[in-house]
Write a protein that binds this ligand. Structure first.
Ligand SMILES: Cc1cc2nc3c(=O)[nH]c(=O)nc-3n(C[C@H](O)[C@H](O)[C@H](O)COP(=O)(O)OP(=O)(O)OC[C@H]3O[C@@H](n4cnc5c(N)ncnc54)[C@H](O)[C@@H]3O)c2cc1C
Length: 294
């Protein structure tokens, strides 16, 4: 199918882009990697009057790693972050999750910021941002603002980004202490959106006992769903902890919906099984990172 007719705008600078977006208001749609937007246009599920292609804005391509956070610019591709050695060392969860995002060809073009603004509850990177307590930087011709991940995802395919705004970057904070992470998911075929997936984050104390444990799920609700398991595992040794209490809590906490890929009951079952495995793997990862300093 072919999209409805639209005007194509390709600003050369951020200032120019923000001016164009301000002028167009709700008639303008940002085009980043196009891996979600172009299929929507072709199926005529979206028909914006104007596209604003931001791919010439070189100032938004940065991936910056500091001791506190990894910040990713709006046109940095999934693949670039997946293969960024410093980002992966500082925040292994990025690569752990990104290898599950679609296929390499889509990751070569699709952007992590675009994926987050797109706010698909089946997308991996919105859940990563929520799990790490990150934030989104939004700019418009009248100024800029930062929105915390927990306030950013409003509904399926709906984020806090307003007409005329451009998401310039997202920031993933690096957790403190002996922290390990894992990403697990189940999909019908490799590269498909997950029927259930989760990122797990476990922090251990100096004696390698669990200090905190939590997870954020994909495809388990209209937005990323977070569950804090600390109460059921705190103080247990990382290697003798029984994660089955956490798995039971996960099953009670998620509210998946049925669709053509899986029943709600099957998705809930997956949440329980994957939670136990992911928390165990994240605890082992925390120990491995403690023993082999990055
Ligand atoms: C076959 C296939 C399989 C896929 N599987 C997965 C998967 O398993 N997991 C997954 O997470 N994703 C998957 N994707 C989607 C992929 O990750 C996309 O790259 C991503 O969702 C959108 O990024 P993009 O840069 O392509 O954004 P675009 O398609 O260009 O834009 C998407 C939306 O976000 C808006 N937008 C983008 N960037 C900005 C910005 N900086 N500021 C304001 N608005 C912006 C656009 O206006 C549009 O509404 C798949 C895609 C395909 C085609």
């Amino acid at each position: 199918m072919k999209p409805s007719a639209f005007e194509y705008n390709r600003p050369e600078t951020l200032t120019e882009a923000l001016d164009v977006l301000a002028e167009l208001g709700p008639d303008g749609k940002v085009l980043a990697g196009g891996q979600s937007l172009v299929p929507l246009l072709n199926m005529r599920l979206a028909a914006p009057a104007h596209l604003v292609d931001v791919n010439r804005l070189a100032e938004l391509s940065r991936v910056e790693v500091t001791p506190d956070a990894v910040t990713v610019g709006a046109i940095a591709r999934h693949a670039e972050i997946e293969h960024h050695a410093d980002a992966s060392r500082a925040l292994p969860l990025l690569r752990q999750a990104l290898t599950h995002v679609a296929h390499p060809t889509i990751r070569n073009r699709g952007t992590t910021v675009g994926s987050i603004v797109h706010a698909d509850p089946a997308g991996e990177m919105p859940s990563v941002l929520v799990l790490l307590g990150g934030s989104v930087q939004l700019a418009s011709s009248s100024g800029s603002r930062t929105v915390a991940a927990e306030d950013f995802f409003l509904a399926p395919l709906e984020s806090a980004t307003e007409a005329g705004e451009l998401a310039t970057s997202v920031t993933f904070p690096i957790p403190a202490g002996h922290t390990g992470t894992a990403w697990l998911e189940v999909s019908r075929r490799h590269g498909d959106y997950a029927m259930c997936g989760l990122g797990a984050l476990v922090t251990l104390d100096e004696d390698l006992r669990v200090a905190s444990a939590r997870a954020t799920y994909v495809s388990m609700g209209p937005t990323p769903v977070s569950v804090d398991f600390t109460g059921s595992v705190v103080g247990r040794s990382y290697d003798s902890a029984d994660w089955s209490d956490a798995a039971r809590l996960a099953v009670e906490s998620v509210e998946p919906e049925e669709d053509i890929h899986a029943t709600a009951e099957y998705r809930r079952h997956l949440a329980g099984v994957l939670t136990g495995r992911a928390l165990k793997a994240a605890a082992a990862h925390a120990v491995a990172r403690t023993e082999v300093p990055a």
